[in-house]
Design a protein around this ligand. Structure first.
Ligand code: ARG
Length: 460
């Protein structure tokens, strides 16, 4: 098939060059946006009198038929036509004849590909925001179901202070909320309409870019034609937002892996989302969480990949930019798959309240409460910290927990201890009293659940 740009060429493109440089094998997924953009462009040319309204209408009909063929799976994508833009334009000319050759008036593939990618990312970020909200709802539901279960909170992966499991789960809801906000900002960055850049310098023809932007639902038109065809910062922002989102999912995945070990035994993962071993019959492996953790590496790589593609590019468009799509598509697919599978797996997770709570009781995790008790009696915090440290050392030597000490034992370390200290030593007490804003007390956590539910359900 003859190439639409073949006028100045005598030789045919070599097959190796063709298969090396094609993008149709992956950019075919942009077809809807390409056709949408072409329809808006053709209508604009007709309204402006650049082509007749009759021709514009014919082009639009042809494009709609092509959309129908692609959706029905009867369209043949050809590698020798390089990319989605050429495939559709050639099919249009084949369908409606010479009139089809008018579509490419006052535009360039450089504009088209920038447009398609922006439309694509606007739509995908909206979907990802919905998937994030679905997963957040799942986490909130789990927090509500397990509202009063407590567990050891960790720093340095050492037991530190008792916290509510619901508080821990809501930490992820907060992270995901910021991920959703980031995705909204990516949407806003993509929301500028590049058509009409005409490869790089604009056009001598009387086009109406504002009309095209309105029809395609863009917030504004791009203001510099060179910038519009040559930057991909909006795609990089998407890859960055995706990398951060995956980092959050990966930390959750890591905790699910850790918590499901025999050593922790905090949770049981649902059988439907675990796998067996081909040799060890007893095994139940947390593959979904492991793969989520691992795919994070790919999504990070995608960010570095596009940043590196861009870093040495002179303005404006360079064919290098074709390499933007593989990382972007891969990150879209990966992020959506991870959010979906974690969402589906989550309700099946069993939390072993007994084990979590026993572990929290076992530790010296009320030590901070003892120190704060002394502070309330007028002891400076650093002094209270030291006294409590000595008490812990004493407990270790005696093989006792803090709540197993007698009042005399405690008084040997400080005269400030009275019987009310025993109301501070149980994890439940410790949690109830951590009522500072953002703290782990049931009152605070319930307040956060109400707040997050409002945000996630779009009322704030
Ligand atoms: N397939 C190309 C890409 O993805 C489309 C733009 C091609 N423009 C060009 N002048 N060769 O970037």
């Amino acid at each position: 098939m003859k190439k639409l740009w073949a006028g100045r060429f005598r030789a045919r493109t070599s097959k190796t060059a063709e298969s090396f440089s094609e993008s149709i094998s992956f950019d075919n997924r942009l077809w809807q946006y390409d056709i949408q953009g072409s329809i808006a462009h053709a209508n604009m040319l007709g309204r402006q009198g650049v082509i007749s309204r009759k021709d514009a209408a014919k082009i639009v009909r042809g494009l709609r038929e092509i959309a129908h063929d692609i959706a029905a799976g009867t369209f043949t994508f050809r590698q020798e036509l390089e990319d989605i833009h050429m495939n559709i334009e050639s099919a249009l000319i084949e369908k409606i004849g010479d009139v089809g050759r008018k579509l490419h008036t006052a535009r360039s593939r450089n504009d088209q590909v920038a447009l398609d990618l922006r439309l694509y990312l606007k739509s995908e970020t909206e979907e990802i925001i919905t998937l994030i909200a679905n997963f957040q709802r799942q986490l909130i539901a789990s927090a509500k179901r397990n509202i009063s279960i407590y567990m050891p909170g960790y720093t340095h992966l050492q037991r530190a202070q008792p916290v509510l499991l619901s508080h821990h789960l809501l930490a992820y809801v907060e992270m995901l909320q910021r991920d959703a906000e980031r995705m909204k900002r990516v949407y806003a960055s993509a929301d500028h309409m590049p058509l009409g850049s005409c490869a790089l310098a604009g056009t001598t023809l009387p086009i109406d870019r504002g009309y095209v932007a309105r029809v395609l639902g863009f917030h504004s038109v791009s203001q510099n034609s060179i910038d519009a065809v040559s930057d991909r910062d909006f795609a990089i922002e998407f890859l960055c937002a995706s990398a951060i989102l995956m980092m959050h999912l990966s930390r959750l995945a890591e905790e699910l892996i850790l918590w499901s070990t025999e050593e922790f035994k905090f949770i049981e993962l649902p059988e439907a989302y675990t796998t067996g071993s081909s040799i060890m019959p007893q095994k139940k492996n947390p593959d979904i969480a492991e793969l989520t953790r691992a795919k994070t590496g790919r999504v990070y790589g995608n960010l570095i990949s596009l940043l590196t593609v861009m870093k040495g590019l002179p303005l404006s468009y360079n064919r290098d930019l074709q390499e933007d799509k593989v990382p972007v598509f891969d990150s879209v697919d990966t992020v959506k798959a991870c959010l979906t599978v974690l969402h589906d797996m989550f309700p099946g997770i069993t939390f072993h309240a007994g084990r979590m709570q026993a572990t929290a009781r076992d530790a010296y995790s009320s030590a901070t409460d003892v120190a704060e008790y002394l502070v309330k009696k007028g002891v400076p915090f650093r002094r209270a910290h030291e006294i409590t440290g000595k008490i812990v050392l004493f407990c270790i030597s005696k093989g006792k927990n803090l709540d197993e000490l007698a009042l005399e034992d405690l008084r040997a370390f400080s005269p400030h201890f009275s019987p009310d200290i025993f109301a501070c030593l149980k994890p439940e007490d410790s949690i109830r009293k951590r009522n500072s804003p953002g703290g782990t007390s049931p009152d605070q956590v319930k307040k956060q659940i109400r707040r997050l539910e409002k945000i996630v359900n779009g009322k704030q």
